[in-house]
Design a protein around this ligand. Structure first.
Ligand SMILES: [Zn+2]
Length: 259
């Protein structure tokens, strides 16, 4: 059902006037490889949706952006040699968390080289670090790659209250990313991955959706992207580890993208 929901989400975006659709289904999918189930995931829902777009609908450039706190090793593996699917994942440093892969130098293979981008974040990374590095990198890559659709793997397990990770983002990050993704690409399909603290999961999900619609669902709780950027970007405080990651990414990716 989760894999079917993923196909329904992309069909909705392509065939209706909706600019976004969100498949909120479990089990999650991004650890499942083409060969085996893994890490709570049976079928790789987002990869099924991307394969449908490539093979049935003839799309040629798909961006998958994965902000679950774990590296989506399955999604990465499935499209590792394929330049039609650019996979970008921001996740906790795999030295410190499952599945133990997802390093910067895993860049893709053959014609897919340069189309697998990993952004590992040190434990303790919070809103400032996440917003600073994504705002800088994601926009540049998207404007160069020009995806026909953006597929987002949505995980809430980087939340400070989540028991499975040591990242420290909160609702402000999920509000920010919701509006940022809408600003990046007019066609957006989202797919639920992890999130294991139920209150944080519910509240962060609400913030994300509310921000995508600029406060339509709950005007009083809406914080705009500009407001959040002002709060976190003007006062500095980005960690040295995040700055180092940014520099390593620039070194590795400059052969493929102007970042
Ligand atoms: Zn996860």
């Amino acid at each position: 059902m989760a894999a079917g929901g993923a196909i329904s989400a992309v069909k909705t975006v392509l065939d209706t006037k909706n600019t976004w659709a969100y498949s909120i289904a479990r089990p999650p999918g991004h650890h499942a490889t083409s060969q085996q189930a893994m890490g709570f995931c049976l079928f790789n829902n987002i990869a099924v949706a991307a394969a449908y777009l490539l093979e049935v609908r003839g799309l040629e450039r798909i961006l998958i952006f994965d902000f679950d706190v774990h590296f989506g090793n399955g999604t990465s593996q499935i499209f590792y040699p394929d330049p039609r699917v650019l996979y970008i994942s921001i996740h906790q440093d795999p030295h410190t968390i499952f599945p133990g892969t997802g390093f910067i130098d895993e860049l893709g293979q053959g014609p897919g080289k340069g189309y697998n981008i990993n952004i590992p974040m040190a434990p303790g990374s919070g809103n400032r670090d996440y917003i600073w590095i994504l705002k800088d990198i994601l926009g540049k890559i998207v404007s160069e790659f020009q995806p026909q659709i953006l597929l987002a793997d949505v995980g809430f397990d980087a939340h400070a209250q989540d028991p499975l990770s040591r990242c420290q983002v909160d609702e402000d990050f999920y509000s920010w990313i919701g509006e940022y993704l809408m600003d990046l690409q007019g066609s957006l399909a989202l797919f639920l991955e992890g999130g294991y603290h139920l209150n944080a999961l519910a509240q962060s999900n609400l913030c994300l959706i509310n921000a995508m619609e600029k406060g339509l669902f709950s005007p009083s709780e809406y914080k705009s992207r500009a407001e959040i950027e002002k709060k976190y970007m003007e006062s500095g405080g980005v960690s040295q580890a995040t700055k180092n990651t940014r520099e390593m990414l620039e070194n590795k990716l400059s052969a493929y993208f102007k970042i």
